[in-house]
Design a protein around this ligand. Sequence first.
Ligand code: PEP
Length: 251
Amino acid sequence: MPVPIIAANWKMTTTIKEAKALAGSIRSRLEKLKGIQILVFPPFPAIESVLSILSKSRIAIGAQNMYFSDRGPYTGEVSPEMVVELCKYVILGHSERRLLLNESDQEVALKIQAASKYKIKPILCIGETFQQKESDQAKQVIERQLYAGTEYLENPTDLMVAYEPIWAIGTGVAATPEEAQLNMEYIRACLEKRYGAESGRKIPLLYGGSVTKENVSRFIYQKDIDGTLIGQASVNPDSFVNIVTQAAKLV
Ligand code: PEP
């Protein structure tokens, strides 16, 4: 089994001081753990401080978003050129941005293209709403988001895709591992169609949505699930350390 990836999306939930404390706690408790790849995504203002706390550790850092233009009059935005000075990963197209901030498939596509230009590894987030799932449209929605988001991405070497059903995010109601596997097998098939079997097979797929220490192993055990993206449980050091420890036992 390949080394599972555990990505922590801290969202807009930590001040710089809290992010530093969280990073310090995670580092001291997970430093010696092998057989796992850990990525943390602090809020922008905390990235530099977290970087210094995690420097020379095996925990990598990323940004939760970025704009697609190199630079210019875009007040409040952060460009790929600025992100890459700090870190090598970025979450793009998270459902909270799509739903609350009206981020479109086209914007996500341009951001994925910009990430590729700057050699930043993107996690492209896709997933259906509860209504779409109930009306049997989940596959249609994730296929559309996947192809739209990768429209300008020629080479998928650095791409990761997170399947995050919106109804499972922050609700405490995770998809069943079998249900997630069915949709992620479909994502894999779409990626193989888009990039060829060999390249498509290598793209890491993460499941996100109410992952806990109790269910993480059952997700990672699935054939097309290479890791998880964790929100709420990632900002509590005990929950996060427990999840990571469980996942590392599978290797
Ligand atoms: C997320 O927002 O990406 C997420 C997976 O959240 P949670 O783990 O809280 O469901």
